[in-house]
Design a protein around this ligand. Structure first.
Ligand code: ADP
Ligand code: ZN
Length: 730
C-alpha cells in the first residue's frame, strides 16, 4: 500500500485529542512523516498526542508554524480508521477530538517498548528434581522454545514463583530481557473444532461463504440460548483467521470473558487478545500496539475495542447484540452495535449479530432484507428449552415482607432433593430499594440526586444508584428524628438471601450481584466456581442473565416479572421480553430439562403472555406494528437532548428557548417535545431537563440538530448532551 508522505517542513494538519475543535497546522519533522502518523506536537507549553490527518491548510504565517516534535513508534492510523472516526463523529455529533480519545485509550503509546524478564528452557539439569521443578520443565519442553513471564510460567506449571527462580540459579531455566509488547501467540484455525449438528453446519457454511465474499455484510444469527451460536460464529472466526484477517468479538459484560476465553483457547489452541476494563494497563498497551501491527489475530473485548487500530479487520461479532450495555451512556454516546456495522462497512468486513432475543432494530433490518438472517432452532444435544409457567401472585399467600410464593418454594425444594441448582432472579441490587420512616413517612433520598437511597446491608451503608454516593444507615429518621422507626420496603437481592436462608437453612446460598465484588477478576472466579456446583441456590441480578453456563441449573424463579413493565420507556416491553427469556434460558443447559417460573400480578399482560407462549415472532411483529404506528425507532428517528445545570431556572430557560427556535428541525419535518424535567430530574446536584426530537427515518437529522444546537450559547454551568437513538430515557 502506498501512503502519502510528508517531507521535513511540509505543512500537515494534526488532529489532537485536546478539546479544541479544529485541526492544527504543524511542519513535518526531520525525516518526514506518513499520513496517519501518530505524533507528539507542541501545544502552548505542553506536548500532546496527535495524528497527522491531512496536508496542512496553510492559513497561518509559515514562519510561525511550529514543528512536530517526533513521530511515535506505532503503526500510522489507517485511512479506514480516519473514515470511521469521521463518520462516527458525524453520526453521534461528537467532536473529532473526543473520537480520537476513544481511539487512543492505551497508556504510554509514545514510550519506547520497555523490557521485562522472560524465562525459557535452559541447558543443564537441576541438581535435585522435585515434583514442582519437573512441572516447570515439562511446561517449557511442551512449548518448545517459547518463553514466558515469571507469573505465566508459575501459573501454567501450578507452582510458586520461587521454584522457577531456583531453576534459574542452576541454569536449568534461562532468564532474559525481552521487549514487553510481544506479539500474541498464533491461533490455529483448525485446532479443535466440534462436530457440528446439521443445523449448525449449515449456518457455519453460510457465514464462511460470507467471509469469502470479501465484501461487507451483516448477518443476524438468532438462536435460543444453548443452540450453539457461539460454536457457529467461532467457525466464521476460523475462516477469518485462515484468510489472514483479524477478528473482533464483542461481549456485553466482562464477566463473560473468563468462560469465553477458555472456549476460544479450546477452539484455536491459544488465548486471544483481550480488551476491557479488567485488563492491566500494560496489557492494554500491548493489545493496542499488536492489533495495530497485525500481531493480534483475534480480540475479545468490550464495546470500546471497536476503536482499536485493526490493520486488516475481516469480522466483527457482536454477541448478545440486544444488550443495553453496548450503548455508552456517558462521554461519547454511541451504540457499539451500530458502530460495528459502520466500521465493517468501511472495512469491507462481515458483521455477525448474535442473540436469542434480538433488538427490534436488528429484527426489523433482517425483515427488510438489509441483514441476512440465520436461525438455529433447537438447543444442541439433549437440552430442551425450559418449560415456562406463570405464578399468579394474586392467588398465592405470601406474608408481608416476603416474596417467595409457596409454588416457587415447592419447586426449589424438589431441586434441592435432587441435588440440582436453582436460580432466584431479581433485578435489584442491595437489601431494599426504599428506607421508610414508619413515624413520619419520610423516605431517605440522595442529597444530590432525585433518587432514593438503597440500603446495602452487606456494606452497612445506604447508596445512591445514580451517583454512587453512600452514607451510613442512620439510627434516627433524618426528618422527624424518631428512633428505631426506619424500615426497609421492598426486596433487593440481599434481602432475598435472608428470606431464602430462612426457608432453606441447610442449602448453600450465594448472591451474585456486581456490587459485591472488589474486582472483575474476583467476580469471574466466583461465577466459575458456582457454575461448577459451588452453590445450591443462586440469587442474582441481571448479571446472571448474560450468557453464563450453569450446567446443573434446572430451575429459574423470577421474583417480579412485572418489574420492567412499569415506566415510560419505549423499549419497556422489548426489554422485559428479552430479559425474561434470557434468564429462563439459564435453566436446563445440560441433560436435565429445566423450568422457569415467573411470579406476576398480571399474568394476562400481553408481554407476559408472549414470554410464556414463547411465540417470539408474533411478539416482535406486534411490537413492530406499534412502533411503526407511533413513528418511533426503528421506524422513525429520535434524539434526546439533555440540558443540565446547577441552576434550575437557567436550564428551563434554555430548554424553552430551544423548543421555540426550532427552525432547522421544522425544515426537515422533525418535531420537538419538551422541555420537561428528565425522569431523574437531578443527578449529582445538577438539574436535568429533557427535549425529545422525532423525525422521519429518511430525514437528515444530525445536520438539522447541529444547526439547531449551534444557535445556543452554553454559558457558565450549562451543559448539553445530544443522544442520537437514545436507549435509556432517564
Ligand atoms: P449459545 O451461544 O447459542 O448459547 P453455545 O455455543 O454456548 O450456545 O452452546 C451451548 C453448549 O452446547 C455449549 O456448552 C457448547 O459447547 C455445546 N455445544 C454446542 N454445539 C455443540 C457441538 N456441535 N458439539 C459439542 N458441543 C456443542
Ligand atoms: Zn445521588
Amino acid at each position: 500500500m502506498t501512503t502519502t508522505f510528508f517531507h521535513e517542513g511540509d505543512l500537515v494538519a494534526v488532529l489532537t485529542a485536546q478539546p479544541i475543535d479544529r485541526f492544527l497546522d504543524y511542519k513535518a519533522p526531520e525525516g518526514g512523516c506518513h499520513l496517519g502518523a501518530f505524533v507528539e506536537v507542541p501545544l502552548g507549553p505542553r506536548k500532546v498526542l496527535g495524528v497527522v490527518w491531512r496536508a496542512g491548510a496553510g492559513d497561518f504565517d509559515y514562519a510561525k508554524v511550529r514543528s512536530v516534535i517526533r513521530v511515535l513508534d506505532v503503526a500510522p492510523m489507517r485511512d479506514e480508521m480516519q473514515q470511521f472516526l469521521t463518520r462516527a463523529a458525524d453520526y453521534t455529533l461528537t467532536p473529532m477530538s473526543a473520537m480520537l480519545r476513544l481511539a487512543t485509550r492505551a497508556p504510554g503509546l509514545g514510550d519506547a517498548p520497555s523490557m521485562r524478564k522472560v524465562y525459557r528452557l535452559g541447558n543443564s539439569e537441576p541438581d535435585r528434581m522435585t515434583d514442582a521443578r519437573t512441572k516447570v520443565l515439562e511446561v517449557l519442553r511442551d512449548y518448545g522454545g517459547l518463553s514466558f513471564t515469571l507469573g505465566e510460567l508459575a501459573e501454567m506449571a501450578g507452582v510458586g514463583t520461587s521454584v522457577v527462580k531456583g531453576l534459574v540459579k542452576q541454569d536449568a531455566v534461562f532468564e532474559e530481557d525481552s521487549p514487553r509488547d510481544t506479539p500474541y501467540p498464533q491461533l490455529d484455525a483448525d485446532y479443535g473444532g466440534k462436530t457440528l449438528s446439521p443445523d449448525q453446519a449449515a449456518g457455519a457454511e453460510v457465514l464462511r461463504a460470507a467471509l469469502q465474499s470479501d465484501v461487507y455484510g451483516t448477518t443476524l444469527l438468532k438462536g435460543v440460548t444453548g443452540s450453539g451460536k457461539t460454536e457457529v460464529y467461532l467457525e466464521a472466526v476460523a475462516e477469518c483467521l485462515r484468510q489472514g484477517r483479524q477478528a473482533l468479538v464483542l461481549l456485553p459484560e466482562i464477566a463473560l470473558s473468563g468462560e469465553f476465553i477458555t472456549r476460544v483457547e479450546a477452539r484455536f489452541g491459544m488465548k486471544p487478545a483481550e480488551w476491557h476494563s479488567g485488563v492491566t494497563m500494560t496489557e492494554r498497551r500491548r493489545c493496542w500496539r499488536m492489533v495495530g501491527q497485525g500481531d493480534a489475530q483475534m480480540v475479545v473485548g468490550a464495546r470500546s475495542a471497536l476503536f482499536l487500530p485493526f490493520q486488516n479487520l475481516g469480522l466483527i461479532v457482536v454477541d448478545e447484540e440486544h444488550d443495553t450495555s453496548y450503548k455508552q451512556e456517558d462521554g461519547v454516546l454511541y451504540n457499539a452495535r451500530d458502530m460495528a456495522v459502520l466500521r465493517a462497512a468501511i472495512n469491507g468486513a462481515q458483521v455477525i449479530l448474535a442473540s436469542a432475543t434480538p433488538s427490534l432494530e436488528s429484527w426489523a433490518n433482517a425483515q427488510s432484507g438489509k441483514y441476512k438472517r440465520l436461525v438455529l432452532n433447537s438447543r444442541f444435544g439433549p437440552a430442551v428449552l425450559p418449560e415456562m409457567t406463570a405464578i399468579d401472585m394474586r392467588s398465592e399467600p405470601v406474608p408481608n415482607g416476603k416474596w417467595v410464593s409457596p409454588s416457587l418454594k415447592d419447586a426449589i425444594t424438589t431441586r434441592l432433593e435432587k441435588g440440582e441448582q436453582s436460580l432466584i432472579f431479581l433485578n435489584r441490587r442491595g437489601y431494599a430499594p426504599i428506607t421508610l420512616c414508619r413515624a413520619c413517612g419520610h423516605q431517605i433520598g440522595c442529597d444530590d440526586c432525585d433518587a432514593r437511597m438503597v440500603e446495602h446491608r452487606f456494606l452497612k451503608r445506604l447508596m445512591c444508584h445514580q451517583c454512587g454516593a453512600t452514607k451510613p444507615m442512620p439510627t434516627v429518621c433524618p426528618h422527624c428524628e424518631a428512633e428505631d422507626k426506619l424500615a426497609p420496603v421492598g426486596p433487593g437481592v440481599e434481602r432475598m438471601a435472608e428470606e431464602v436462608t430462612e426457608l432453606f437453612p441447610d442449602a448453600r446460598i450465594v448472591v451474585l450481584s456486581s456490587d459485591l465484588y472488589g474486582s472483575a477478576r474476583a467476580m469471574k472466579a466466583h461465577i466459575e466456581e458456582i457454575a461448577q456446583g459451588g452453590a445450591d441456590i443462586i440469587i442474582g441480578t441481571q448479571l446472571v442473565a448474560k450468557g453464563h453456563n450453569f450446567p446443573n441449573l434446572t430451575l429459574v424463579g423470577v421474583i417480579d416479572a412485572d418489574l420492567g413493565l412499569q415506566g415510560s420507556d419505549l423499549r419497556a416491553a422489548e426489554r422485559t421480553f428479552q430479559l425474561m427469556r434470557q434468564v429462563a434460558g439459564r435453566a436446563g443447559r445440560a441433560e436435565t430439562p429445566g423450568a422457569a417460573m415467573l411470579q406476576t400480578f398480571q399474568p394476562e399482560h400481553a408481554v407476559i403472555r408472549a414470554i410464556l407462549a414463547g411465540d417470539e415472532e408474533s411478539f416482535w411483529a406486534a411490537e413492530a406494528a406499534e412502533r411503526k404506528a407511533a413513528g418511533v425507532p426503528p421506524y422513525g428517528r429520535m434524539a434526546g437532548i439533555i440540558l443540565s445545570s446547577t441552576n434550575v431556572q437557567e436550564v428551563f430557560d434554555l430548554g424553552t428557548d430551544m423548543a421555540r427556535r426550532d427552525g432547522p428541525l421544522r425544515q426537515i419535518g422533525a418535531q420537538v417535545f419538551g422541555p420537561a424535567p428528565a425522569p431523574i430530574a437531578r443527578v449529582r446536584g445538577r438539574h436535568r431537563v429533557r427535549l425529545l426530537v422525532k423525525a422521519d427515518k429518511a430525514a437528515p437529522l444530525q445536520q438539522a440538530l447541529a444547526q439547531w444546537a449551534a444557535q445556543f450559547k452554553l454559558r457558565g454551568e450549562l451543559r448539553m448532551a445530544i443522544d442520537i437513538d437514545p436507549q435509556s430515557f432517564y
